[in-house]
Design a protein around this ligand. Structure first.
Ligand SMILES: [Zn+2]
Length: 259
């Protein structure tokens, strides 16, 4: 099956990879600073376990680009050009999640983050209220996955409580580690149940067939004044048309918004 190799095929693939590097419309769960901590909820009990090729090409992006391995895809006849080129494979897992806040140990420059006390520590809360993808490597000996699997083994679900996800280690610290901690059990808020019903399939996202989220960023923009989010959120979803990302003229999303 090596026939597709050659300048043309490689050129085509590079364009493909470059295109993908420029996207990233679906945000991921990330904590950047030492001691930063996300407060989030899982939105699914069915994570995806998937092989990606890790492409490192600094002429395209300074970050590695993960591309779905086509080997197991029905319509590619088991052919994957990245396998053919020996591009390293990474086993990864994916979840949908909802990030409430990111807590920081230090305030932001503008002073917009709200002071919060966590235990005995003072933190600064950056509101997020957004759907994100959790997309992580399994880690050595599946160490990262095991952290995520633990609460499910204990409780039979990931959805029955919020969690914290904390970073220990600064920007370029090679010993940076992350800790997942369950918080107290609490019912999943209704507006999240609403959102869960509208999430695209993780498999489509992994394959790059879905590159944007439908618009359910109900509280992410605007109405922070209301705590009765369920009512207003539902109304907002119905009356507001799907929002497009500002800065692109890409063809429309492959996701269909439920009416
Ligand atoms: Zn492959």
């Amino acid at each position: 099956m090596g026939v597709r190799k050659g300048a043309d095929a490689i050129g085509k693939r590079n364009t493909e990879v470059a295109k993908r590097a420029g996207k990233g419309f679906i945000p991921e769960l990330r904590v950047y600073g030492d001691g930063d901590m996300a407060i989030f909820r899982f939105l699914t009990d069915e994570p995806l376990d998937v092989d990606f090729h890790e492409i490192r090409d600094t002429s395209i992006s300074k970050y590695p680009i993960f591309t779905y391995c086509k080997k197991d895809e029905g319509d590619s006849d088991g052919y994957c050009e990245n396998c053919d080129d020996n591009v390293p494979l990474r086993r990864m897992f994916m979840f949908w999640a909802w990030v409430d806040k990111i807590l920081h140990p230090i305030p932001d420059e503008k002073g917009e983050w709200e002071k919060t006390t966590i235990g005995s520590r003072q933190m600064f809360a950056e509101d997020r209220n957004q759907v994100v993808l959790i997309k992580k490597k399994f880690g050595r000996g599946a160490s990262i996955w095991n952290q995520f699997a633990e609460p499910y083994e204990m409780n039979g679900t990931w959805k029955d409580r919020p969690f914290t996800y904390k970073r220990s280690g600064g920007k370029n610290d090679i010993n940076t580690s992350y800790t997942l901690m369950p918080l107290d059990k609490s019912a999943i808020p209704e507006h999240l149940i609403d959102i869960m019903g509208k999430l695209p399939s993780l498999e489509h996202v992994a394959k790059g067939e879905v590159e944007r989220l439908p618009d359910f960023s109900i509280q992410a923009e605007g109405d922070e004044e209301s705590q009765e989010e369920t009512q207003t959120a539902k109304k907002a979803t119905k009356s507001r048309p799907a929002k497009k990302s500002e800065d692109n003229d890409e063809p429309d999303v492959t996701v269909e918004l439920p009416e």
